[in-house]
Design a protein around this ligand. Sequence first.
Ligand SMILES: [Zn+2]
Length: 57
Amino acid sequence: MEFTDKTIICKECGKEFVFSAKEQEFYKQKGLEHEPKRCKDCRQKKKALFEEKNNKN
Ligand SMILES: [Zn+2]
């Protein structure tokens, strides 16, 4: 199956972001069936927040 770039609207900030063919392939390889709901910026922010929490102990 061929993947094509897809535009998704971020649930967090409402901005459009591209879920690229390459990322879709990566997701499939990882067995992830769901598309990302957040843009990269928001995902990074979440990740940073999560890591910050974990580093507090
Ligand atoms: Zn976002």
